[in-house]
Design a protein around this ligand. Structure first.
Ligand code: XIL
Length: 492
């Protein structure tokens, strides 16, 4: 298959990342020895500790295999359908849509609390010949837009991010788009058209451009994609993220990978590692890849392209984190450790379970506050000047068995709560009777400045004040974790 001809060339092994975010534990007021807290022991949980996800590609046909699904549901909290959302499966003939195989995967994800990446609406491969033979621009435009709209509508509300356009750039060093029916018949503008159509179809989904061999900063292909994203942002074309497939040779990522991720992120998009596999899966190569993402605040997650080596589309390279029997390989441990899990990190380790704290937002210098005298279920919380030891500003941190914390307000006896089922960016926080729900569980990971980022377990989003709103009475909400001072809280 032509895929393998396009596999990235082997790269020199180089230490890409410039050092781990240190998990320093600062002394907090209160009892001298912090309660011991084991670091997260799965890829998904360790990634969630920093507001990220860890995903894998899944073929519908393997969901019924219990060895497979046990690992899937233990380790991964994001799923990409390996082939089931591609054009040849979804719309094999014009206007005939076949959602069955992808629905199986989406239903599995919903049942197991996993999120979904949609892959992919517009791609020149796995494209039926009825599309690739169209020569009339008006026909192709309407076929493309109808495909995007119908597929995204079907999955509306269930997809975290869509690869709207996949692999549109050439490998020939030109930095230009590749030849494809879309490019050749519609011109360069087909990508913009696809993104605008996608935004209208599902405004809540993040819209990504996804490609391979764009990991090395100086490559012409990388620069071509970068210039496109820069242009889209400048002109208001809707784009939210760039996926770096990261099908690496044995040397792993290029030395500039972290630079590439942060340069794209600086354009105002999220970046994600979307199809990671590395020939021979050395620990060093995997560790370097995961650290490059961890070191970039807007690198929101990592997806490996399969679970066991035998599941891989490049199975001859043994490129994944589990062997054919489902055992963890050394690269698994290196990846878990780079995520801060597996006994090396100490997320939340400075917070003493049972201790009462005030939580001060670093951007505002004001504390998490339940308006005075208002103690009922559903009262919305705010920030306010710290008032000494006023009980409406005091919170008891109690550690849960999953390592997260429940934060109980002392004045009301009620806990910090993300309203049930409301997991979107901008959801306002309330107090509610404690009920043990994931929406009342907060994972704490310590930042290098000693403050904590608090990630809600139900939404995977961070506790914050809206950017720039630092005054008394400013609201408190959840948002995608981005490392901002408005998402940093000091426990005092
Ligand atoms: C691959 C699948 O893993 C294979 O099962 C299929 O035969 C070909 O496609 N880039 C992509 C993915 O965006 O969709 C490809 O997946 C791998 C390369």
């Amino acid at each position: 298959m032509s895929w393998l001809n396009e596999e990235p060339q082997l790269r020199k092994a180089l230490a890409a990342a410039t050092g781990l975010i240190a998990g320093t534990v600062l002394a907090l007021t209160g009892p001298a020895s912090p309660a011991a807290h084991a670091a997260s022991s799965t890829l998904g949980a360790a990634a969630a500790d920093s507001g990220r996800y860890f995903g894998t590609a899944v073929p519908a046909g393997k969901l019924g295999n219990s060895t497979y699904s046990t690992i899937l549901d233990r380790e991964f909290n994001m799923i990409t359908p390996e082939n089931e959302m591609k054009w040849d499966t979804i719309e094999p003939s014009r206007g005939n849509f076949n959602f069955g195989p992808a629905d199986q995967i989406v239903n599995h994800a919903i049942a197991h609390g996993q999120r979904m990446r949609g892959h992919t609406t517009v791609w020149y491969q796995q494209l039926p010949s009825w599309v690739s033979s169209i020569r009339d621009a008006n026909t192709l435009r309407s076929v493309m837009n109808n495909h995007i709209t119908t597929e995204m509508n079907h999955y509306k509300g269930k997809i975290y991010a869509w690869d709207v356009v996949n692999e549109a750039f050439a490998d020939n060093g030109s930095g230009q788009q590749r030849s494809s029916v879309f490019h050749d018949v519609l011109g360069n503008g087909f990508i913009e058209e696809a993104f605008r159509t996608a935004r209208a179809a599902d405004p809540a989904a993040k819209l990504c451009y996804n490609d391979y061999n764009i990991e090395n900063w100086t490559d012409a292909k990388t620069q071509g994609v970068y210039n496109m994203v820069k242009d889209f942002k400048a002109r208001g074309v809707p784009i939210d993220c760039v996926g770096f497939q990261s099908h690496f040779g044995a040397g792993g990522p290029p030395a500039s990978f972290q630079t590439t991720l942060s340069n794209f992120a600086a354009l105002g998009v999220d970046v994600q590692i979307t199809e990671l596999d590395i020939a021979q899966a050395s620990s060093t190569a995997y560790g370097n890849t995961v650290r490059a993402c961890m070191n970039v605040a807007r690198c929101t997650g990592i997806t490996v392209w399969g679970i066991r080596d035998s599941d891989s589309w490049r199975s001859g390279d043994n490129p994944l984190l589990f062997d054919n029997n489902g055992n963890k390989k050394p690269a698994y441990d290196a990846s878990l450790s780079a995520l801060g899990g597996g006994g090396t990190g100490n997320p939340g380790g400075g917070i003493v379970s049972g201790q009462v704290y005030s939580l001060s937002d670093v951007a505002a210098g004001r504390v998490l506050d339940v308006p005075g005298g208002q103690t009922a279920n559903g009262t919305t919380v705010q920030i306010w000047d710290a008032n000494g030891t006023a009980a409406n500003q005091q919170w008891r941190a109690s550690q849960n068995s999953d390592g997260s914390y429940t934060l109980t307000n002392i004045a009301s006896g009620r806990v910090l709560d993300e309203p049930g089922g409301q997991t979107g960016n901008g959801t306002r926080l309330t107090i509610w009777d404690a009920n043990g729900g994931a929406n009342q569980h907060w994972r704490a990971s310590q930042n290098s400045d000693g403050s904590y980022t608090l990630i809600n377990v139900a939404s995977g989003r961070a506790l914050e004040i809206p950017s720039g709103q630092t005054g008394n009475g400013a609201p408190v909400q959840i948002w995608d974790s981005n490392g901002g001072a408005n998402q940093h809280w000091n426990f005092k």
